[in-house]
Design a protein around this ligand. Sequence first.
Ligand code: GDP
Ligand code: IMO
Ligand code: MG
Length: 439
Amino acid sequence: MKSLLKIIYDVVVGLQYGDEGKGKIAQKLALIPGLYQISARFNGGPNAGHTVFHEGKKLVLHVVPVGILARLRVNFIGPGCVVDPVLLKAEVEGIKALGFDSKTIYLSELVHLITPYERKIDGEMNKRLGTTCKGIGPTYAHKAHRIGLRVVDVFYLLSSNGTEDYSDIEMLEQFIMSYPLSLMPIYRQDWLSASEESLKEWAEAVQWLGENISIAKANFFLSDGEARKIFSERKSVRVLAEGAQSVMLDNTYGTYPYVTSSNCMPSSAPAGIGLPGFATKGRVIGVFKAYNTRVGSGPFDTELLYGSGDLICEAGKEFGSTTGRKRRIGWLDLPDLQYACELAGVDELFMTKVDVLSPGVTGSVSVCFSKGGGVATYKQFDAWDSSHIKRDTDITGSFRSFLDLVEEHLGIHVETVSVGPNANDLVRTKPTPEGVGYR
Ligand code: GDP
Ligand code: IMO
Ligand code: MG
């Protein structure tokens, strides 16, 4: 296959503390006609919340790749992810209700499953970190401990006769009830309780998913599934890898220990999807807001304390897509952004939420451009009205100066700015000649 086929993957990555608008940008890219055949998630789980709009309806995607909304043939939840069956069922129900084919959602059999036990442990253990309490950390920890539950473990149970028979719900319930035995050596006894209803709900969700989405083999890209079929029809296949969380929340390169538990970097994408070794990296698309937000605990050098960020919070609707928590607000931090861009190897940038920093919300806009000796130094701009920005030549005045400073500091082109929550509220900062793009 190697000599005949070219597989290229582009990665969308968050460059701040998550919630930069990755979902919306990935949606825009996925909708470019004929560009992508496969979309995939490679890290994280229901801690992520990617807000998108489809025909005016708001949808928050947690683990399903946004390519589903572009009706791509394969929308893959890769082995680098963790999944809570109960939450995935609810997510898929929402997608089905909009008329999308849920069988184009492929869940890798290597994905680790979050159970009510991991959720409970997360809530008990990780209060100081301000996690989303979705069981993310414990599930990745159990994977590393080699005591976790994978999709393949429970689906073999459900189809013990080798056929796709998802009826043996009782056996599954028994199985999930005995699962805490393997957790006992690690945790306090009182953390290992789960109600009978929650376990039943979990087992029923697993069964429902077996019937409503597709389960992908470990070697999905090389076996006889739909991905392989796409490969056989084409000389070149392009994969859109939609990152969850961000560089600054990456388990290794972020602000440890105030990070998530997965690897969020673009370099983790091929491993977290399980792409064949000959797949090549295409573009790394970095997404950041014109200001900065953070949910949960951890350092935030440019944070607007004492309530002055409240107006930006309100105007930007800065409340967590997953937990509804109020996001902390701060100014754009160029040294941090540069760190993230360099580590991630960003090729191009998308700046979102430009519309939020309008004169009705804030008198001026600050940008931190240096943190020498632990002292942050800022440059100030007048707030701008972006409502007239429809094309590149409309980018003038204060916002033009702001954009120039960002590009100059980072040495990377800001390809597109976003001036509203809809997929079409995007403005290219330079005219794009016909035919030029990712191809
Ligand atoms: P993600 O996790 O990176 O996909 O981002 P979230 O969906 O969690 O948060 C981004 C929020 O900003 C969502 O509510 C989007 O609808 C919204 N959004 C995205 N781009 C813009 C923009 O340019 N302007 C405004 N006002 N809202 C935006
Ligand atoms: P998206 O993909 C913003 C934050 C949590 C917490 C820390 C650890 O929507 O950008 P976890 O539950 O992962 O163990 O929490 O990471 N966090 C996010 N913040 N956006 C996200 O995802 C996040 N996923 C996790 O708030 O501070
Ligand atoms: Mg989000």
